[in-house]
Design a protein. Structure first.
Length: 165
């Protein structure tokens, strides 16, 4: 299920501190189906991966952010005609990449539309606080349209990790 994440670094470079693709300690990726159960699958994948990398101490923050990014991709980035059940529809892909003191969670989806952050103080809104949570629980986040043969965008969140003692 895990794949080398260095091919995903190019869209992540803009807006991030310099990250050398050759310095990636670990990278893992999974394809998520176009159904809302994929959020649970993304959390399970994240738990297994962070446990393997001995970075489980950040699980709560990372899991919340992964859940929000995947939910946003499923809710806002898939075409309205994409079925929400079964295995059909354009995939959403979750990438986790770890450097010595940084972790990047990136969700690729087929839309080129910019993520829209809602006003977190709008109590009448039934949804739309996801990016506020991403901003609150990660150290930074952003998005980048994909180029070349890949369509869509990557929305990423960066977490600083404690240095190993």
């Amino acid at each position: 299920m895990g794949t080398n994440g260095s091919t995903m670094l190019e869209p992540l470079r803009q807006g991030l501190p310099p990250l050398d693709p050759a310095a990636v300690s670990n990278a893992a990726s999974c394809v998520l189906p176009a159904r809302y159960e994929a959020v649970r699958e993304a959390r399970q994948f994240t738990r297994r991966t962070l446990d393997q990398w001995n970075t489980g101490d950040r699980f709560d923050d990372v899991c919340l952010v992964v859940s929000e990014l995947v939910t946003n991709a499923l809710r806002h980035a898939l075409p309205a005609s994409a079925p929400r059940t079964g295995e059909q529809g354009p995939p959403v892909r979750l990438h986790l990449m770890r450097w010595t003191e940084r972790l990047v969670c990136a969700v690729r989806d087929p839309s080129r539309d910019s993520p829209v952050a809602r006003d977190p103080d709008d109590c009448s809104a039934e949804s739309g606080r996801g990016l506020f949570l991403v901003d609150s629980f990660s150290d930074s986040w952003g998005w980048q349209p994909l180029s070349g043969t890949l369509n869509g965008k990557v929305v990423w969140a960066l977490f600083r990790l404690q240095p190993a003692e």
